[in-house]
Design a protein around this ligand. Structure first.
Ligand SMILES: [Zn+2]
Length: 85
């Protein structure tokens, strides 16, 4: 019974670690755009400018590729990163 308890405690620790890593991955995925899928240069998520436009999108300044538009910056970053992988 003692061994059983100990192993279940380790399992809980492993689950907590996996949960924390998944959360950190998701955070990075929503906040840091991956390099451009076309030219490999550093990409950024910028606010679209134009009449009546209020949205964010991934953008590569080296090859002028654009990601899909989203009202939320995190969503735009995530969409850009999804395209990369
Ligand atoms: Zn590019």
């Amino acid at each position: 019974m003692v061994n059983c308890k100990r192993s279940s405690k380790e399992e809980v620790q492993a689950e907590l670690t996996a949960f924390r890593e998944a959360r950190e991955r998701e955070y990075a995925n929503r906040n840091y755009p991956k390099p451009c899928p076309f030219c490999g240069k550093r990409a950024e998520v910028v606010k679209a400018v134009g009449p009546g436009v209020d949205a964010w999108h991934g953008y590569c300044g080296a090859c002028w590729s654009f990601g899909p538009l989203f009202a939320d910056k995190g969503d735009a970053t995530e969409a850009w990163n999804r395209r990369v992988t």
